[in-house]
Design a protein around this ligand. Structure first.
Ligand code: PLP
Length: 468
């Protein structure tokens, strides 16, 4: 708690302290239930006599603004109006990016996209491994960890990528990050791409688009078709770009795998023009039909691909854990940028995931998850086909896309569904440009309900049919 007092003022110090705390409670800055420092600690912090703070606290207590108890310490008293005000202040402007983010971090809700199923997580095992890792972190010397990440985790990831994604890299090329977003930011900084032009997939991941804009890059939206991002379109309309951000494995959100011909063309363009490619491998091998294609980075002979992986979909986004595979010649540059601008999460979470991988739990978890999600997707498709034409239902990545007529208000439908605890994502929000913008609802498979599926689909169909 930051609290300033004025020793030259005529108002006694105890009264100044009382006024400051009362004002903070009144404004909602100190919320009901918040713990105040003990009067001994606050007196030491402010450099005043203990009796001065005690007097202030006694007056606040008498005014029922705080509650003091021996067991729980001194807490701000419950005040319903203050709580409502605080919530109001946190609400973002309608339609703003902050609102999108707040919606994304809400939940859990049925059909929520981009988050894994709660029931497939090996919770007990993860809790045990993580508790062990926290003890290891606390027991180690309190020194700065390696800014590239824990060597044990980097080694496990390199081994996993060789087997599952066809990438031949050494652990020294791996840098641990706070998820995909942190990896993208680090790559843009390390490569000095601020101010340049980047190809983005249209439709594509809105957070990547916003991230590039925040890095002062201009974005060139490139359409996506059944073969993935249309490389020829990019070559024709934005050959001067210095970066392409792509999801070659399973395009987000439409799902196609980038064809081999396009992969080679993209790599040739990058090698010839000195451009970079960020490969967003957010789903890794988590593909529900057939086997996942090898990563684009596995074909990269010129060292132009920055491969970024994440544990958000394969384990849980709450880990905030991902990694970059850096081309061999750029290791020092990326390590420097990581050390100065984007250090990885603390060692405990990294040590835990290293052990999870090393003991074979990760591969087992992925195998089980794939099977469980494929069954959920089939059930969801069966239920949706009772209401919608099969041609309008497309399995994409970890979602089912319900295509709607162009211009249909998918955002309004998604908002309405939220009132029923359902959270489909509106497809139109994934488009950067109005040209070619399509409407649809993306229904997350992982969060599709097991028991109330038929009823949820009935509700969803009611909502959709009211609008179209
Ligand atoms: C296309 C895409 N890339 C990356 C991510 C994951 O990002 P992070 O690792 O920051 O959680 C997501 C999550 O929704 C995504 O949809």
């Amino acid at each position: 708690m930051e609290l300033s007092i004025d020793r030259s003022a005529r108002i006694p110090l105890a009264e100044q302290i009382r006024q400051r705390i009362a004002a903070a409670i009144e404004s909602g800055a100190l919320e009901p239930g918040a713990r105040l420092p003990s009067w001994q600690d606050l007196a030491a912090q402010l450099g005043v006599a203990r009796g001065t703070v005690r007097t202030a606290y006694e007056r606040l207590d008498a005014a029922q603004l705080i509650v003091a108890s021996r067991a729980a310490g001194t807490l701000v008293a419950q005040r319903p109006r203050a709580r409502a005000r605080a919530r109001e202040a946190q609400r973002a402007d309608p339609g703003s990016f902050l609102e999108t983010y707040q919606e994304m971090t809400q939940g859990p809700a049925f059909f929520q996209m981009g988050v894994p199923a709660a029931e497939t997580l090996p919770k007990t095992l993860l809790a045990r491994i993580r508790a062990h890792a926290i003890r290891a972190e606390i027991g180690a010397a309190p020194i700065y960890p390696d800014p590239r990440g824990e060597p044990g985790l980097r080694q496990e990831i390199a081994g996993y990528l060789a087997v599952a994604r066809g990438i031949d890299c050494s652990p020294s090329q791996i840098i641990i990050t706070g998820g995909y977003g942190a990896g993208l930011g680090l790559a843009l900084r390390a490569l000095g791409l601020e101010g340049q032009k980047a190809w983005i997939e249209d439709p594509g991941f809105p957070f990547a688009r916003k991230g590039l804009e925040l890095a002062r890059m201009s974005v060139a939206p490139i359409p996506v078709d059944a073969g993935g991002i249309d490389i020829d379109h990019g070559l024709r309309h934005a050959p001067d770009a210095k970066l392409a951000v792509v999801t070659p494995g399973q395009q987000a959100p439409l799902g196609p795998t980038l064809t081999l011909e396009r992969r080679l063309k993209l790599l040739d363009w990058a090698a010839a023009s000195g451009a970079w490619i960020v490969e967003d491998d957010y789903l890794s091998e988590l593909q529900l039909t057939g086997r996942a294609a090898p990563a684009l980075a596995s074909l990269d002979r010129a060292g132009r691909v920055i491969h970024i992986g994440s544990f958000s979909k394969t384990i849980t986004p709450a880990l905030r854990l991902g990694f970059i595979v850096v081309p061999a010649g750029l290791m020092a540059t990326f390590a420097e940028a990581a050390a100065c601008l984007a250090p990885p999460p603390g060692p405990a979470v990294q040590l835990a995931i290293a052990r999870f991988m090393q003991e074979g739990h990760y591969l087992r978890h992925l195998r089980r998850t794939k099977r469980a999600y494929a069954a959920k997707r089939d059930d969801l498709l069966t239920q949706l086909r009772r209401h919608f034409d099969a041609d309008h239902l497309i399995a994409t990545g970890l979602a089912v896309l319900l295509r709607l007529p162009d211009g249909a208000p998918d955002l309004a439908m998604a908002r309405e569904a939220l009132a029923f605890g359902m959270f489909p994502a509106p497809l139109s929000a994934w488009y950067a440009s109005a040209r070619g913008r399509r409407s649809g609802l993306l229904l997350g498979v992982a969060t599709s309900p097991a028991r109330e599926l038929a009823r949820s689909c009935d509700r969803l169909a009611d909502i959709v049919k009211r609008f179209v």
